[in-house]
Write a protein that binds this ligand. Structure first.
Ligand code: NDP
Ligand code: 8X3
Length: 262
């Protein structure tokens, strides 16, 4: 196991769910965190919480970026504007992502599609494109992409979300191949059902519908996923965990789920 003490970790989508849980576990390991998301007030709150609970020594160990990963010039500007002591990013966690809607493809909403493809695919590409060259130059680094079980097989009405996560899988494989011969590692984590704000976002704020997704089963928590991310990041430098599929015990495939009747 290697330490993340003083390593610089950039987490996209750190304002909620899996990204927030990653921030907490890496802070606990002594990492310096660059936290990015659109909701700066949420990042501020998280930074204060980490400082108050002693998870980080001071707020100087955290750098916050208000960032929409869909906006390529904004991503470029944010990376270029990092102060010198924050530029050498060791670990990039490409976590920002969302699903929008659960509709048959022929009834789908164009706006929902754009949001998913722009965030989950293009946003991940932009952030990676601006950060990985520095990793290659420095001869060290680790890119951890949050894919999904949905990237392995489509499920009914999941069409575009599943496609976006299949793209994350292919991009992760391709990046690993392109970085062969460098010391930069690439990992893709593919969770099944995790109870976060994910379903609230998918159903455009319909919390009742969102709750039903996890009804009668014990889903993964954001912390469960963060544990696995942390495990992958702390292996010896010669070990690359290429992919991890983690699901709740109550889930066998994207569509086969065991629910206790209530
Ligand atoms: P949450 O909705 O709780 O968190 C999503 C995060 O992504 C938020 O911090 C949000 O921040 C950020 N985000 C969304 N759009 C953008 C954007 N354009 N620019 C920057 N940040 C953005 O969901 P999860 O924690 O569950 O999701 C995290 C990742 O895990 C996603 O990639 C998701 O697809 C994946 N995943 C989730 C599963 C689940 O069941 N929950 C299962 C498998 C994978 P903000 O709105 O402040 O910008
Ligand atoms: C998120 C989980 O249920 O859409 O990737 O596959 S699910």
């Amino acid at each position: 196991m290697i330490s993340v003490q003083n390593q610089i970790v950039l987490i996209t989508g750190a304002s909620s769910g899996i990204g927030e849980a990653c921030a907490k576990i890496f802070a606990g390991g002594g990492a310096k965190l660059i936290l990015a998301a659109r909701r700066l007030e949420r990042l501020d709150r998280l930074a204060r919480e980490l400082a108050e609970t002693g998870a980080i020594a001071s707020k100087d160990d955290i750098y916050l970026i208000e960032l929409d990963v869909r906006d390529s010039p904004q991503v470029e500007a944010a990376i270029n504007a990092l102060p010198d002591n924050w530029k050498a990013i060791d670990i990039l966690i490409n976590n920002a992502g969302l699903s929008r809607g659960l509709d048959k493809l022929h009834e789908g909403d164009f706006q929902d599609w754009e949001e998913m493809i722009d965030t989950n695919v293009k946003g991940l590409l932009y952030v990676t494109r601006y950060i990985v060259p520095g990793m290659v130059d420095r001869g060290r680094g680790h890119v951890i992409n949050i894919g999904s079980i949905a990237g392995r097989a489509a499920y009914p009405k999941g069409n575009v979300y599943c496609a976006s996560k299949a793209a994350v899988r292919a991009i992760s494989e391709g990046l690993k191949q392109d970085l062969l011969g460098t010391a930069v590692r690439v990992t893709e984590i593919e969770p099944g059902l995790v109870e976060t704000e994910f379903s609230n976002v998918r159903f455009h704020g319909d919390d009742e519908k969102a709750k039903n997704v996890y009804q009668g089963l014990t889903p993964l928590t954001a912390g469960d996923v963060a544990d696995v991310v942390y495990f992958c990041a702390t292996r010896s430098p010669h070990v690359n965990i290429s992919e991890v599929l983690l699901v709740p015990t109550d889930q066998a495939t994207a569509t086969l789920v065991h629910r206790q009747s209530v």
